[in-house]
Design a protein around this ligand. Structure first.
Ligand SMILES: [Fe+2]
Ligand SMILES: [Fe+2]
Ligand SMILES: [Fe+2]
Length: 406
């Protein structure tokens, strides 16, 4: 896979990650809004430090990817953080395991593992002595601390000066001293601060890395890296709620079985599997307290939940997935009568793949236990789905589902 395209894919998934973590951090009491891009900012700061330090292209690429993904181990665990040191450790170790699967995993793993270390080992998550922490991990730890210190937002002149003061007056226990001169050189540039404020920070990073500002386009879906990324995120989505621990996998399996029964070819079946695994990607952005609420949701909460397919659409589009995969994944709450969401598509606007995904999703959800209902049998689930024939679902496909899944 082309490196710039690989970064594009990692970047859009890291946005899903940022969306998921914002929810958890708000529960921790942090005052931040949806749309904060911690991963992207840390990646930019780390990459810029790499440039000042004249690191190799390969090292800068590692810093960029590690920056985007460094908190990947935190999904589902920050909720219980409350200053608990063990969770600090846990997300570093969980993150290490997750990024090991990705390309250059052996380079990424130690950076992610050690991103909360400190020169005073007693202040670090794992307490690793400074001599044992590789330079790239020190850079990432530095970038992460700085972004947290900046509270991830626009910084006024006074705040920039305060940052310089904070760094110069630091007692050397928290920030690795060998990175300090490079960082001071960096923040002396007006462009550093202006870059950080831009909405296309990712493109700016691509410019620094490849002297190429355009977001690379690619249409086909390849196995290998995509599989690792997709299954990793399907797990993260399912972990987000206590009640959906296998939902994405179940939807994917059901959708594939239906498509196979329709005689679809292997490549299309593979794409359907991927679409099924990612159909609820936008759920990463949904607050846990709504997802796990025991009992019916109020109107306001329903409005929030209904946004999840919109985010699925946006994130998969940004990740450069083929258009039909995006649609199969993101249209699963559309209805034939045009009363679905978020696009209110009707009839022929909803392709066979999307119709099939809607049935697979309902079937999986109904046969799973949820806070508000017991798991139903396949027969009961199909009876409920049948009630939507003529309004929401395609009768021919429901009949197929009764044969294949019943
Ligand atoms: Fe972290
Ligand atoms: Fe959904
Ligand atoms: Fe779903």
């Amino acid at each position: 896979m082309n490196q710039a395209f690989y970064l594009r894919r990692i970047w859009s998934f890291s946005k899903a990650l940022d969306l998921a973590l914002v929810d958890e951090e708000i529960e921790r009491g942090l005052q931040i809004a949806l749309g904060e891009r911690h991963g992207e900012r840390v990646a930019y700061i780390a990459l810029s430090l790499g440039s000042v330090l004249k690191l190799s292209e390969n090292d800068k690429m590692l810093l960029m990817v590690a920056g985007l993904l460094h908190d990947i181990g935190a999904v589902g665990s920050f909720r219980r953080y409350h200053g608990d040191h063990r969770l600090m450790v846990k997300h570093c170790l969980a993150g290490e395991k997750l990024v090991e699967r990705f390309p250059s995993g052996e380079g990424l793993a130690p950076i992610v593992r050690l991103h909360h270390e400190a020169p005073d080992a007693s202040r670090g998550a794992l307490g690793v002595a400074a001599g044992q922490v590789p330079l790239l991990a020190k850079i990432l730890a530095f970038a992460d601390r700085v972004d947290v210190h900046l509270a991830r937002r626009y910084s006024s002149r006074q705040e920039r000066e305060a940052l310089v003061h904070w760094i110069q007056e630091g007692d050397g226990k928290l920030l690795y001293p060998e990175i300090v001169p490079a960082f001071l050189a960096l923040i002396g540039k007006e462009s550093f601060w202006l870059d950080l404020e831009q909405s296309d920070l990712f493109q700016i990073c691509l410019g620094h890395l490849f002297q190429e500002w355009a977001i690379p386009v690619r249409e086909d879906l390849e196995t290998g890296f995509t599989d690792d990324l997709v299954t990793t995120f399907a797990d993260l989505i399912d972990q987000k709620s206590e009640f959906t621990f296998r939902h994405s996998a179940s939807v994917s399996e059901a959708a594939e079985r239906l498509a196979r029964a329709l005689g679809w070819q292997e490549q299309a079946l593979y794409e359907m599997r991927v679409a099924g695994l990612l159909h609820d990607l936008g759920k990463l952005a949904m607050p846990k307290k709504i997802l796990d609420k025991p009992g019916p949701l109020n109107a306001e909460e329903i409005d929030v939940i209904r946004t999840h397919t919109y985010y699925t659409y946006r994130l998969l589009t940004e990740a450069g997935f083929p258009q039909q995969v995006v649609e199969w994944a993101a249209y699963h709450h559309e209805r034939l009568d045009g009363q679905g969401y978020p696009f209110a598509l009707a009839g022929e606007e909803i392709s066979q793949g999307a119709r099939l995904m809607a049935i697979a999703d309902m079937f999986a959800a109904l046969t799973e236990e949820r806070p508000y209902h017991q798991a139903r049998t396949a027969g009961e689930a199909l009876d409920i789905i049948r009630k939507g024939i003529g309004t929401s679902v395609d009768g021919t496909l429901v009949a197929l589902a009764a044969r294949v899944l019943g």
